[in-house]
Design a binder for this molecule. Sequence first.
Ligand code: SF4
Length: 238
Amino acid sequence: MSVSTELPISETFLSIQGEGVLTGVPSYFIRLSGCNLRCVWCDTPYASWKPEGEKRSIEHLAQTAAASGAGHVVVTGGEPMIFPAVETLCEALSARDLHITIETAGTVFRDVRCDLMSISPKLASSTPREGDQRDPGGSWRRLHEARRIDIGALQALLDRYPSRQLKFVACEVADLAEIEGLLSRLHGWRREEVLLMPEGVTPPSVDQRAWIARACIERGWRYCTRLHIDLFGHTRGT
Ligand code: SF4
């Protein structure tokens, strides 16, 4: 089967990495449109619940990324790993000496060229609620719940990518036990690779930051900010 030379793109933009170990690094973002999950709090519904955008040529995407002047490119979504052609995109970016971060929920393994694999497994609190108007009949609720954790895919990603981070969106204290349970089923990760990030599209409250920081201190994990939310609010293209 031939791999496409195009990818569905909802947006591309130059901004600053707002999350994770590369926070603060100027980066060119390529957001693929389409996702195999439907998080209830998804902050990019235009790439998941209602995927928007158009197909763009991989060569043109790579050229534009290189021309942006940023040395770092973030390939995000949606879920970039569901698209076989993401491998071609990353080859084209790497050929231009760009540092590549892939942001994935970790439900699909793909052997792709990447300098930082940013894995964000989705917890039970991400599952759409019964009666969600975006999901009449609940088919996405069931699919999301069945797909959101794939231990085989997560372990394969950890094994393949020595440069990685495990980033969790924390909604409530109960999430901590689920994260610990998940980590206990995986091996080879280091505590400092585990990042805990407050949920939300507004700056977190002091209380929210405090319990997350305490949880990180107790476990040797890292607190993860959302710098782009602090700087720009919840605005597309930032
Ligand atoms: S995995 Fe990411 S893009 Fe997909 S629904 Fe969840 S938050 Fe949105």
